[in-house]
Ligand binder design. Structure first.
Ligand SMILES: Cc1cc2nc3c(=O)[nH]c(=O)nc-3n(C[C@H](O)[C@H](O)[C@H](O)COP(=O)(O)O)c2cc1C
Length: 222
C-alpha cells in the first residue's frame, strides 16, 4: 500500500474514532466544551447584531452548534443556573435543532440536554423543507444548515406561578432568543428570529410534546 493511501486510511480511522466517541448507544452526542471567552466585545456584538436571512452554502461546525445551544440554555452554575434567566428557576424552555448540514451530525432533529451539554437524536430525517413550508415558506429555514428551535413546557412554570406563568415563559423565550442572536453574531454567523409559523404543522413535523415558540435558522454570513 502506498504511503499516501495509508495516510488517508489513518485519517479516516481517526475521524471514525472521534465520531464513535461522541455518539453512544443511546443516540447521545457529547458536544465540545463551550468557550467562555470570545474574540469580540459584548458592545461590538450588540452594535453589529442584525437579522440575517441569507447564508453561505457551508456546514456549521459542531463547535459552533454547541456554542449556540450553550448560549441559549447552557448550565453556568453548580446549582443549575443557566445562561438565560428563568422565573423562579423553573426552566420551562427546551431547545431542539433541525440539522441538515452540520459537521459530524446526520441530518435530523436533536434535543439539547443542558445538564450534560449534549444532544440526543430524536428524529432521523432532514426536516428543513417541511419546516420551511410550516413557516409560511420562509426560505432562510430551508437554506440554513441548521435551525435552532425554542420550545416551552408551560406547566413547569404554571405549577409555581399559575396564570402569570404564561407571560413569564414568553419573556424567557425572548431572553434565550437574544442570546442566540448575540452568540451567532460573536461567531460571525447569521440568524433571524422566526415567529411566523403554523403551530399545529410544526408540532406534527417535530413530534414533540412542548409548544414551539421560536425558530432560529443559523448559517455562515456572506
Ligand atoms: C417576535 C418576533 C418575531 C419575528 N418573526 C419573524 C419572522 O417570522 N420572519 C422574519 O423574517 N423575521 C422575523 N422577525 C425578525 C424581525 O423582522 C427583525 O427583528 C426586525 O425587522 C428588525 O431587524 P433586526 O433584527 O435586524 O434589528 C421577528 C422578530 C421578533 C422579535
Amino acid at each position: 500500500m502506498s504511503r499516501m493511501k495509508k495516510f488517508f486510511i489513518s485519517i479516516l480511522c481517526l475521524a471514525d474514532l472521534v465520531f464513535a466517541e461522541n455518539f453512544d448507544a443511546k443516540n447521545y452526542f457529547n458536544l465540545p466544551a463551550p468557550d467562555v471567552k470570545g474574540k469580540v466585545s459584548l458592545e461590538q456584538t450588540l452594535a453589529k447584531r442584525r437579522s440575517i436571512r441569507e447564508y453561505r452554502d457551508e456546514k456549521l461546525t459542531i463547535k459552533e452548534l454547541g456554542q449556540l445551544l450553550w448560549a441559549a440554555q447552557g448550565i453556568t452554575a453548580n446549582w443549575g443556573g443557566r445562561t438565560s434567566p428563568s422565573a423562579g428557576a423553573t426552566y420551562p424552555l427546551e431547545i431542539y435543532v433541525a440539522a441538515g448540514n452540520v459537521e459530524m451530525l446526520e441530518p435530523g432533529v436533536y434535543h439539547y440536554i443542558p445538564e450534560y451539554h449534549r444532544i440526543e437524536r430524536v428524529l432521523n430525517q432532514d426536516i428543513r423543507n417541511k419546516l420551511c413550508i410550516a413557516a409560511l415558506g420562509q426560505k432562510p429555514i430551508e437554506k440554513a444548515p441548521a435551525t435552532i428551535i425554542i420550545a416551552a413546557n408551560f406547566s413547569r412554570t404554571k405549577k409555581r406561578y399559575g396564570e402569570r406563568a404564561t407571560r413569564y415563559v414568553y419573556m424567557e423565550v425572548g431572553h434565550a432568543g437574544q442570546n442566540v442572536y448575540l452568540q451567532a453574531e460573536a461567531l460571525g454567523l447569521g440568524t433571524v428570529a422566526i415567529g411566523a409559523f403554523d403551530d399545529g404543522q410544526i408540532k406534527d413535523i417535530l413530534k414533540i410534546k412542548e409548544d414551539v415558540l421560536y425558530l432560529f435558522p443559523v448559517g455562515k454570513k456572506f
